[in-house]
Design a protein around this ligand. Structure first.
Ligand code: NAD
Length: 307
């Protein structure tokens, strides 16, 4: 590592998975002076990453070889397993820190973390909250699982991409925090949406109900930051026909991860299970690309008419 003009430590970073989230994250690392060697199986994704400051790598091995840090931002646990077990573990320096920022199941995160430890390489799971907008603005929140030493090594890289970096516990704990948070989010969005639907049927103006409930005991993030009814929160996707934001397909994916974790641990999650079933229904009816707050349309019956 060398010193950059800003006095920061410049590092070589291998970045695998330059999709919706990874591109902005890689751009922010490049902005602070790191050399980001990027690889993605999609040529379109890779070209976009190069446009925003990354250096093209021809393979996972090329991106990882000689890197001080390796960051993966992939879709599924299987992809994470494949990238690390097929190439990244073999190519990584024993001094490197491996950082998986994908949202995947806890069991896979623990297994990959243990495999890294078995090779004497430091690794953390570090899933994110904050969405595509946060990935571009470097305002993500990272929930990190791993040893104290691994966390300390990962922290400066994560800090360049986010506003909060929180150590959740040993390997897999970041994923555990992420899926519990998103199960709560899915259930609270559904509860918020049905409360607004009932309020409207009872003749209440939704803005008036918002003004009351946002200051009363029903207040929650799904209402005050992401209101599913257009109007009360101008920045919410409900004002843009539920486009952009956090896709219902991804909410369903996270709820499925939560259900798998509940089965593995025996935890009772009836509200989470109902949320999974309702989002599955919404996705089956074509809601996958819509923001997850569009579930209000399934609940009030208007989604079928449009869809
Ligand atoms: P994405 O599909 O846009 O990007 C994933 C990228 O990984 C794709 O470009 C794909 O080509 C690439 N990829 C897949 N297999 C690969 C391989 N073997 N080698 C190299 N590249 C490979 O997904 P995304 O929206 O960027 O999400 C990434 C992760 O972040 C997911 O786990 C998602 O659940 C999580 N997440 C997403 C959001 C969001 O708002 N999009 C928010 C928080 C967390």
């Amino acid at each position: 590592m060398d010193a950059t003009e800003e006095g920061m430590t410049m590092a070589m970073i291998g970045f695998i998975g330059l999709g919706n989230m990874g591109t902005g994250m890689a751009a922010n690392l490049a902005k602070v002076g790191h050399v980001v060697r990027a690889f993605d199986v999609s040529e379109a994704a890779l070209s976009h990453a190069v446009e925003v400051g990354a250096v093209r790598a021809g393979s996972v091995t090329e991106a990882v070889t000689g890197a001080d840090a390796v960051i993966t931002m992939l879709q599924t646990g299987q992809q994470v397993r494949d990238v690390y077990e097929n190439e990244a573990f073999a190519a990584a320096s024993r001094e490197a820190i491996l950082i998986d920022c994908s949202t995947i199941d806890v069991a896979t995160a623990r297994a990959v973390g243990e495999a890294a430890a078995g090779r004497s390489i430091d690794m953390v799971d570090a899933p994110v909250s904050g969405g595509v907008a946060g990935s571009i603005a470097a305002t993500l929140t990272f929930m990190v699982g791993g040893t104290d030493k691994s966390f300390a090594k990962a922290r400066p890289f994560l800090a360049a991409m986010g506003k909060a970096v929180i150590h959740a516990g040993p390997a897999g704990s970041g994923q555990a925090a992420k899926i519990c948070n998103n199960m709560l989010l899915g259930a609270s969005m559904i509860a918020t949406a049905e409360a607004f639907n009932l309020a409207i049927r009872l003749g209440l103006d939704p803005q008036v109900f918002f003004d009351i409930s946002s200051k009363a005991s029903g207040q929650c993030w799904s209402m005050t930051s992401y209101c599913p009814v257009p109007g009360p929160v101008p920045a919410a996707p409900s004002n843009r026909n539920y486009d952009g934001g956090f896709m219902s397909a991804l909410m369903l994916k996270d709820l499925k991860l939560a259900m798998a974790a509940s089965q593995a641990t025996g935890a009772s999650v009836p509200m989470g299970a109902l949320a999974e079933s309702l989002y599955q229904n919404f996705v089956n009816l074509g809601g996958a690309p819509k923001d997850f707050s569009a579930i209000i349309k399934l609940l009030d019956g208007s989604w079928r008419k449009e869809g």
